[in-house]
Ligand binder design. Structure first.
Ligand SMILES: *Cc1c(COP(=O)(O)O)cnc(C)c1O
Length: 381
């Protein structure tokens, strides 16, 4: 089955009792047992729910994995994945990563004795030099947030396999339409389904996908034991959103290209970060491992003034000033004061998150309107 067909059909079956073509919202906490232990595969909705199961099977198929698990948010998925580790274990992580992931690593899990090393992931030898006998996991996010660096997943997977480490890839920005880390050797794929997968800015949810039965069993145990599961109504909404994932991503990519070309030629703009640009430092890796370059575009301003960036993000009318990304509507954000405010200034500037950096989640509107909107906002400075 090809990708666009999977988005619509994988994991989903018409309802056997009524023939309803759409997976019903099984709004139930518990299930009848004829005799103790004699049931139809479901006992309690923290452990399993048919609407959630349809979504979990669908996502597993899209990521070319055997097992999919959904969580109450992307961070709840991160939480369960890190709980595969024990005190004393060490993780090597991308330094340019989602602010909330950085926060749970440093403010929650470091307290429980897990150690995190943050590094750029452009240089494999540098990552290898951080590996010691306590290292158990490599955590990568690609494209990175908000600098849109591209990390070579195949190279990371070789390194992690030869050192017996788990490789986790946060695939939120790319989605399986653009890149499938399990096919490139990753052990676990993590998602914030809140973003492109749900696609309509109406749900918070996360997921973990893997191929190894052992890892899957441990994750199911954590999902059920810690209990951060999504409800069936939200699972229904994400299933519905995914049916157009391939169509939405095509348009996000097309619009992302037009916007980054426009910004590259604008007199107020200094640098544009979009992996599809020939000038992007990891353009070749992106071409090799992705089927397109996505709708996330970042740029900074000539003069690098904080006030100029604030002026621009406050002046757009179609690009709404808001956190989050990946919905059909365009959003604009200022990482230094919004999504990345939890990361200390000195640390964020090393990765390029300077005061004038602006991040766009380019939506699927008519791109002429989006270009006009950015142009009038940039001309306010
Ligand atoms: C949003 C996001 C998360 C966290 O997901 P939530 O659903 O907000 O908990 C993790 N990683 C990336 C890349 C994200 O964009």
């Amino acid at each position: 089955m090809k990708f666009g067909t999977k988005t619509i059909h994988a994991g989903q079956h018409a309802d056997p009792t009524t023939g309803a073509i759409m997976t019903p919202v099984y709004q139930t906490s518990t299930y009848i047992q004829e005799k103790p232990g004699d049931h139809k595969g479901y006992e309690y909705s923290r452990t399993g729910n048919p609407t959630r199961k349809a979504l979990e099977d669908n996502i597993a198929a899209l990521e070319s994995g055997k097992y999919g698990l959904c969580f109450g948010s992307g961070l709840a998925a991160v939480d369960s994945i890190i709980k595969l580790l024990s005190p004393g274990d060490e993780v090597i992580s991308t330094n340019d990563l989602y602010g909330g992931t950085y926060r749970i690593f440093t403010k929650v899990f470091e307290q429980f004795g897990i150690k995190f090393h943050f590094t750029g992931m452009g240089n494999i030898e540098k990552i290898a030099s951080l590996i010691n006998s306590n290292t158990k996991m490599i955590w990568a996010e690609t494209p990175t947030n908000p600098m849109l660096n591209i990390i070579d997943i195949t190279a990371l997977s070789k390194l992690s396999k030869s050192n017996d480490l788990l490789l986790v890839v946060d695939n939120t920005f790319a989605t399986p339409y653009l890149q499938r880390p399990i096919e490139l050797g990753a052990d676990i794929v993590m998602h914030s389904l809140t973003k492109y997968m749900g696609g309509h800015s109406d749900v918070i949810m996360g997921a973990a996908i893997c191929n190894d039965e052992n890892i899957a069993e441990k994750l199911y145990f954590l999902q059920n034991s810690c209990g951060a599961v999504p409800g069936p109504q939200d699972a229904f909404l994400v299933l519905r959103g995914i049916k157009t994932l391939h169509l939405r991503m095509q348009r996000h990519c097309e619009n992302g290209k037009v916007i980054s070309d426009f910004l590259s030629n604008h007199s107020k703009v200094k640098n544009v970060f979009w992996p599809g640009l020939k000038s992007h430092p990891n353009h070749d890796v992106a071409e090799k491992q992705m089927n397109g370059f996505g709708g996330m575009v970042s740029f900074d301003l000539k003069g690098n003034q904080l006030e100029d960036a604030i002026k621009v993000v406050s002046a757009t009318k179609y690009f709404t000033l808001a956190e989050s990304l990946g919905g059909v509507e365009s959003l604009i954000g200022h990482p230094a004061s919004m999504t990345h405010a939890a990361i200390p200034k000195a640390e964020r500037e090393i990765t390029g998150v300077v005061d004038s950096l602006i991040r766009l989640s380019v939506g699927i509107e008519d791109v002429e309107d989006l270009v006009e909107d950015l142009d009038q906002a940039l001309n306010k400075i």
